[in-house]
Design a protein around this ligand. Structure first.
Ligand code: ARG
Length: 410
């Protein structure tokens, strides 16, 4: 058989209805040969071989399940821990972080197969399209990106199912899935369905990584996270790679009901959306890291870093992982994290998390300066002159213009 002259497209394939229809649609509507890639980023699905087979059954010329977990942890999540990465101060960016690693593999595989096109199943309303498109083009601007859901006229589920049936794509026999879910090592995102009414309480069946706090043991569980250079390296004294720390932290926090989020989030495209997340490891490790930073970084650096943390999260959320800004902030963090080494003791109980002990050989906490007991080495008499100068501007302002109206009558 002679080699196909059809153009090749590499598709980010999940095995779900949308991307399965896309495998066929790219062949029928675009006349292309499809290479379907399913990235293992630690999602709940343990065995990805059926996904690979499903793509081949629908006529994909090749299909691969690629284990990206270690690289995801080492190259991407590590930077998120350094930056205490949480969008709008709450969401630990699990979807935003996985897209760059998947994009990198899509681009590499496109090069291997000599494909000029890359496709994904994102809608035109979400953030993930922004992340895929921006990442892919940062890595190779010559690749053509195809997002079928943005261009086809199968807007309703019924029309999509009808198209699938007419073209031999297996359709789910069950009812429409009640939620849109994205999950990986760093947590699970649950949106749509009844959650779209902001007054509806999230139904208990949306949670799979975290136990219902009310059903958790009443006795607290204590865990000690060891850090080196700003990254977790051990749990309860047992050394392990970052990937294993994350897997273990998910179990420990999850069984204590810690890690649930219910929030209103501002998407890149200007829409507010209601999102539920469960991110036991992410929230535990970030909290532990941030607490250790308070011991190992000085006040000015903490202040500056807090601003850059916000900027980092916003940059990554908006799809600009591959950017000068993100790399520059990571360079700042590489310096600041040098001495963020030590142990953090955490107590978990019924959905709550409490940091109750910190230790570091590089601690900037000086007992003799801090103590009110014997051994106090702080020069109390030096404060008087310092405060005279420190408060001078307020004194002058108050004499000429103040005191502020807010306190009138107080
Ligand atoms: N709102 C989150 C984000 O933009 C989660 C997106 C999850 N994607 C999904 N297909 N459910 O990062």
């Amino acid at each position: 058989m002679s080699e196909s002259t059809r153009e090749k497209v590499v598709l980010a394939y999940s095995g779900g209805l949308d991307t399965s229809v896309i495998v066929k649609w790219l062949q029928v509507e675009k006349g292309m040969d499809v290479i379907a890639i399913c990235g293992n980023v630690g999602q709940d699905e343990k065995d990805l071989s059926w996904i690979k087979q499903k793509a081949l059954d629908m006529g994909a010329i090749a299909s691969e399940a690629v284990d990206m977990r270690e690289e995801y942890a080492e190259a991407i999540i590590s930077k998120a821990i350094w930056a205490n990465g949480k969008y709008e101060g709450i969401y630990p960016l699990l979807s935003a972080l996985s897209r760059p690693i998947i994009s990198k593999h899509l681009v590499d595989i496109a090069h291997q197969y000599g494909a000029k096109h890359v496709a994904h199943g994102c809608t035109g309303k979400g953030n993930d399209q922004v992340r895929f498109d921006a990442s892919i083009h940062a890595l190779d601007p010559t690749l053509n990106i195809i997002a079928p859901v943005r261009e086809w006229d199968l807007a309703t589920r019924d029309s999509e199912m009808a198209w699938a049936e007419a073209h031999g794509v297996p359709v789910p026999t069950t009812h429409k899935k009640p939620y849109s879910i994205d999950d990986n090592l760093w947590g699970r995102a649950i949106e749509c369905g009844v959650l779209e009414d902001t007054w509806n309480e999230p139904p208990s069946d949306i949670w799979t990584m975290t136990k219902n706090p009310e059903d958790c043991p009443a006795d607290p569980e204590t865990v000690i996270i060891g850090f080196e250079g700003g990254l977790p390296v051990s749990i309860d004294g047992e050394k392990m790679p970052l990937l294993d720390c994350i897997i273990k932290a998910n179990e420990i926090a999850g069984r204590n009901g810690f890690g649930r989020i219910d929030m209103i989030e501002d998407r890149v495209v200007g829409i507010k959306s209601r999102e539920c997340y469960e991110c036991p490891a992410a929230l535990l490790l970030i909290q532990a890291h941030q607490s250790l930073e308070t011991l190992c970084l000085d006040a000015e650096t903490l202040k500056q870093k807090a601003k850059l943390d916000v900027e980092w999260a916003s940059t990554v959320y908006r799809g600009l992982w591959f950017s000068q800004n993100r790399e520059a902030i990571d360079a700042y963090n590489a310096y600041t994290q040098k001495y963020v080494t030590g142990e953090v003791r955490i107590k978990l109980c019924k959905g709550g998390l409490f940091v109750d002990g910190l230790h570091s050989d590089y601690s900037l906490y000086d007992y003799n300066l801090a103590t009110y007991d014997e051994g106090d080495s702080f020069d109390h008499s030096a404060s008087k002159g310092f405060i005279t100068i420190h408060g001078l501007q307020s004194k002058t302002w108050s004499r000429v213009q103040g005191p502020g109206s807010g306190l009138q009558g107080a």
